[in-house]
Design a binder for this molecule. Structure first.
Ligand code: HEM
Length: 527
C-alpha cells in the first residue's frame, strides 16, 4: 500500500503535508509503518476493562481511534462534563491524547492521593513524548523534585529581593515606562516571568544571556508544536513516526544549539572549581539550580536538559496564571483599588521579604480564584498504575492503566463554591476568615487539596507551587503599582483555548498597559 494512502487511512491527511510527500522515505519505513499500523489495530481492539462503559466509542466504520481522538482534542471539556454527568460515581473509559484512559470519579481522590504505585512522571513524560530523542527535557531525572523542594523553595528567603529587582528591570524593558497605552501580549509577559525565573535558576551572570534566552525560547516553542503534532498519531506509532516528521529534525537541532550555548558556562564553572582546588584557594560558590543539580543528580546528568526541564514546568504555567489573573482583574477593575492598598500597606511595613508577599491575602485569593475557573489541565490527577491498585470498594485499577479525574467537577462544585462560574476575588479571603482550621488553610493559593486541584493533589501535587506563588505575587505587585492595564475591545470576551486535556489562555488575548505613578517605590525598598 502506498505510504500516502496508509497515512491517509490512519490520519485523514491531518499531518500529511508537502514536506512529507517530498521526503525520501525508504521501503523499509513503509513496511515498518504498515506493520505498526496493524499492531495498533490489534491493540486498539483489546479492552482492558470490558465491563466498564466507554464515553466515546468508535463509530461505524472507524478502525482506528483517530476520529475519537480528534473529537476529544476539540471537545474535551464537554466530553469530561458529559462523563461526570452520565457515570457520576463510576469509572469509565475515554480515548484521549494520553491514549485510552480510565476516568476515575473524584470520590477516590482522597483514597488514591498517597498511593506510590500511581506514578505522575511516567504519565507526564508519555503525554509529552519524553521518550523521543530531542524531547529529553520532558523527562526528568530522579532528584529533580528534591532540588525544587530542598533548594529552590528554601532559596526564596534570600532571593526574593533579587527576583523583585529582576522583575523591575524586565518590566521596564518589556512594558516600558511609557505613559501612552502600549499593547502587551502573553509572550511579553512570559519574557518577564522567564527573566525572573532565570535569575534564580541560572544565577546573576546567566539570567540575562540573550543567546540562551533566544535559543531556549525557540526550542520550547518548536517542542510544543512537535508534541502537539505527534499527539495526533496513535500511541503505538509515535516512537517511529517522529523520525519522519520534519519538525523533529528542527527540535533536535534546537536542543543541540541550547547545549552549545550553556555547556561552555558549565565548563567554565567546573574549571574555576578545579583551579581553586589545585591552588588551595577558596572554591567558588554558586547559589542557583545549575549548582544544585550538580550536587543532587548523577554526575553524568545533562545540565541543558535540566535547565530546559525547569523552564518547561515553571515558566509557561506561571505566565499562564499571571496572565489569566490580569485578565480577570481587567474585567473587574473595581478590585484594583483594594489590591493596590493591600500591596502598599504590606510592603511598606514588611519590605521586600518572602514573608511580606505571603501577607498579600487578597492578591492570593485572586490568583486562586482565577486558577479555580481555568486550571491548566482539564483532566487532573493523571497517573500511570505501575501495579494493580485495589480500592476499598473492591474496584481494581489494573497495572498499566493510565487514569485521570475531571478537575472541573471539583473546581466548579456548587456545594463548595456558590455561584461557581462567577469570578469572586473575595471568595477565598472569606474562606480564610470564616472557615476554621483545615478548611481555612485550604483557601491559600499554595494549598493543594481535594477542594482545589489547580496544582494537582496528593504526593505528586506541584512541588514548584511555593516558588510560583512567590514569583506571581512579586510580579503582580510591580504591575499593580507601576501600571494601569485594560483589555482592548477586541480581546474583552475571548473564550479559553481547549486542546485535548490542556486548558489554555484565550487565543489572541492581549492587554493595553500604561505607566502610572506608583504610591511606593519598590526598587528603593530595603530588603
Ligand atoms: C502557576 C504555576 C504552576 C502551575 C499551575 C502548576 C501546575 C502543576 C500541576 C497541575 C501538576 C500536576 C500535579 C498532580 O497531578 O497532582 C504539576 C506538577 C509538577 N510541577 Fe507544577 N505548576 C506550576 C509551577 C511550577 C513550577 C514553578 C515548578 C518548578 C519550579 C513546577 C514543577 C512541577 C513538577 C516537577 C511537577 C511534577 C511533580 C511530580 O512528579 O511529583 N511547577 N504542576
Amino acid at each position: 500500500m502506498a505510504l500516502k494512502s496508509l497515512v491517509n487511512v490512519s490520519h485523514a491527511g491531518l499531518l500529511f503535508n508537502d514536506d512529507w510527500t517530498r521526503s525520501e522515505v525508504s521501503h523499509y519505513a513503509r513496511y515498518f509503518i504498515t506493520a505498526a499500523l496493524f499492531l495498533v489495530l490489534i491493540i486498539s481492539r483489546r479492552e482492558r476493562y470490558p465491563n466498564l462503559p466507554r464515553l466515546n466509542p468508535k463509530k461505524g466504520m472507524e478502525f482506528t481511534w483517530r476520529a475519537r481522538l480528534l473529537d476529544y482534542m476539540g471537545r474535551s471539556r464537554e466530553l469530561l462534563s458529559e462523563g461526570t454527568r452520565q457515570f457520576a460515581d463510576k469509572p469509565y473509559k475515554l480515548y484521549t491524547e494520553l491514549g485510552d484512559i480510565l476516568v476515575v470519579p473524584n470520590k477516590y481522590a482522597e483514597e488514591l492521593k498517597s498511593v506510590r504505585a500511581l506514578d505522575f512522571s511516567e504519565s507526564a513524560s508519555d503525554a509529552t513524548h519524553g521518550y523521543v530523542p530531542g524531547l529529553n527535557p520532558f523527562t526528568t531525572e530522579p532528584g529533580f523534585i528534591a532540588v525544587i523542594q530542598n533548594y529552590l523553595t528554601k532559596a526564596l528567603v534570600s532571593l526574593t529581593a533579587p527576583i523583585s529587582l529582576e522583575a523591575s528591570k524586565a518590566l521596564r524593558d518589556v512594558f516600558t515606562d511609557s505613559k501612552e497605552w502600549k499593547e502587551v501580549t502573553p509572550d511579553d509577559i512570559m519574557l518577564v516571568v522567564s527573566r525572573m525565573s532565570s535569575r534564580i535558576f541560572m544565577g546573576e551572570e546567566l539570567c540575562n544571556d540573550e543567546e540562551w534566552i533566544r535559543e531556549s525560547a525557540q526550542y520550547v516553542s518548536a517542542a510544543f508544536q512537535g508534541i502537539f503534532e505527534l499527539s495526533q498519531w496513535p500511541r503505538a506509532m509515535r516512537p517511529v513516526v517522529h523520525w519522519f516528521l520534519p519538525r523533529f529534525g528542527e527540535i533536535r537541532q534546537r536542543l543541540r544549539r541550547c547545549r552549545a550555548v550553556l555547556q561552555p558556562h558549565v565548563d567554565r564553572r567546573l574549571a574555576a572549581k578545579a583551579a581553586a582546588g589545585a591552588g588551595g584557594g577558596p572554591t567558588p560558590r554558586y547559589n542557583d539550580s545549575i549548582e544544585w543539580f550538580a550536587r543532587e543528580l548523577r554526575p553524568d546528568h545533562d545540565p541543558t536538559n535540566m535547565q530546559l526541564s525547569l523552564t518547561l514546568v515553571a515558566v509557561h504555567t506561571t505566565t499562564d496564571l499571571l496572565t489569566q489573573t490580569m485578565m480577570d482583574i481587567a474585567k473587574h477593575p473595581e478590585i484594583l483599588g483594594p489590591l493596590r492598598e493591600e500591596a502598599v500597606s504590606v510592603l511598606r511595613s514588611d519590605g521586600l521579604k518572602k514573608s511580606a508577599f505571603q501577607k498579600l491575602r487578597l492578591m492570593d485569593a485572586c490568583f486562586k480564584e482565577s486558577q479555580r475557573l481555568r486550571p491548566v489541565m482539564l483532566a487532573y490527577f493523571r497517573r500511570f498504575a505501575k501495579e494493580d491498585v485495589k480500592l476499598q470498594d473492591g474496584f481494581v485499577i489494573k497495572k498499566g492503566t493510565q487514569i485521570a479525574m475531571d478537575g472541573r467537577a471539583v473546581l466548579l462544585n456548587e456545594a463548595d463554591y456558590p455561584e461557581p462560574l462567577r469570578w469572586d476575588p473575595y471568595r477565598f479571603l472569606r474562606m480564610r476568615e470564616t472557615a476554621g482550621g483545615a478548611a481555612a488553610n485550604k483557601a491559600h493559593l499554595v494549598s493543594a487539596s481535594d477542594k482545589h486541584v489547580g496544582f494537582g493533589h496528593g504526593i505528586h501535587a506541584c512541588p514548584g507551587r511555593f516558588f510560583a506563588a512567590n514569583e506571581l505575587k512579586v510580579a503582580l505587585a510591580h504591575v499593580l503599582l507601576k501600571y494601569d492595564w485594560k483589555l482592548p475591545t477586541d480581546a474583552t470576551d475571548l473564550p479559553p483555548t481547549v486542546v485535548g486535556s490542556s486548558y489554555m489562555l484565550p487565543y489572541g488575548v492581549k492587554f493595553l498597559v500604561a505607566r502610572r505613578q506608583e504610591e511606593l517605590d519598590m526598587d528603593a525598598m530595603e530588603c
